[in-house]
Ligand binder design. Structure first.
Ligand code: GEK
Length: 252
């Protein structure tokens, strides 16, 4: 049973910077569902893409896994492909809760939860890497290096699924789409106070890029193909593919 998110319902004299601590963990599923349009559809899509790209005996990484929602949806679709899932988060409260949550469902697929900064972990023999609303919390100057590491760690034919809040450079478009997001939050029961305090708390914590910035950076680090496969207002999910190796021509 998930708790309702009322973290910002009371007026605060000063709103502190958003942290993924125990108080957020207990309301997280409700918070993300009511705040991120398309979240559930993205999870479903991640599940559907999994058997298409998972390679036998490879690793699948869920970076910034929170309570393991993407890990769970991928694990359910992996029954016939022997893979190891590595789910990483730097919030101890998240990792603790995710570990006990996933243990409640039976599966033959090995899942290793790792408490660490995703900038610090090694990535190798990967067929799928998921960054589901995590890159936006990484310092902008470290994003390219992280994506480069992911690209290097992917096997040929491997993919990155990257979901992010995005912004739009043209102010009238930004304002109109921001309005749609605000209406989404209001329709999901958030008050004006909750919306404005959460926004203040996320300022300088969640720093968005534009879709163009994402696509050009994905190309820059080496991905052969990159495109948005789902967008809901100012939330988008990108699929980036590292090509299969072209077999070298032999002289015989
Ligand atoms: C989902 N993917 O439900 N290293 C590791 N983890 C980090 C780091 C970092 N440097 N920075 C932030 N995180 C999930 C949702 S939530 C998105 C992801 C949101 C973690 C942070 O602790 C949190 O659990 C997660 O990234 C972001 O599919 O809350 O909007």
């Amino acid at each position: 049973m998930t708790q309702k998110d009322t973290l910002f319902a009371q007026p605060y004299e000063a709103v502190g910077a958003f942290q993924f601590d125990e108080s957020v963990v207990s309301v997280f599923p409700d918070m993300i569902q009511r705040s991120v349009p398309g979240y559930q559809t993205i999870l479903t899509g991640i599940g559907e893409l999994t058997p298409r790209f998972a390679q036998p005996q490879s690793r699948i990484y869920d970076l910034g896994c929170s309570l393991g929602a993407a890990t769970l949806t991928m694990r359910r679709k992996l029954e016939n492909t022997p893979c190891q899932i590595i789910a990483v988060d730097n919030s101890a409260a998240m990792i603790e809760r995710a570990t006990s949550y996933l243990a409640a469902f039976h599966s033959e697929v090995q899942v290793d939860f790792v408490l660490d900064d995703i900038a610090e972990i090694a990535i190798s023999n990967a067929s799928i890497v998921v960054l589901n609303f995590t890159l936006q919390f990484i310092s902008p100057d470290k994003r390219e290096a992280l994506l480069q590491k992911i690209y290097q760690g992917l096997n040929p034919g491997g993919v990155l699924i990257l979901s992010e809040k995005i912004h739009f450079d043209a102010p009238p478009i930004q304002e109109a789409i921001e309005h749609l997001h605000l209406q989404f939050k209001r329709a999901n029961g958030y008050s004006e106070l909750e919306i404005s305090q959460k926004r203040a708390s996320l300022e300088n914590v969640l720093i968005s890029d534009s879709a163009e910035q994402h696509l050009s950076r994905l190309k820059k680090v080496g991905f052969d193909h990159a495109a948005i496969w789902l967008q809901a207002y100012n939330f988008a999910s990108f699929l980036a593919i590292k090509n299969e190796k072209v077999p070298r021509e032999t002289s015989t």
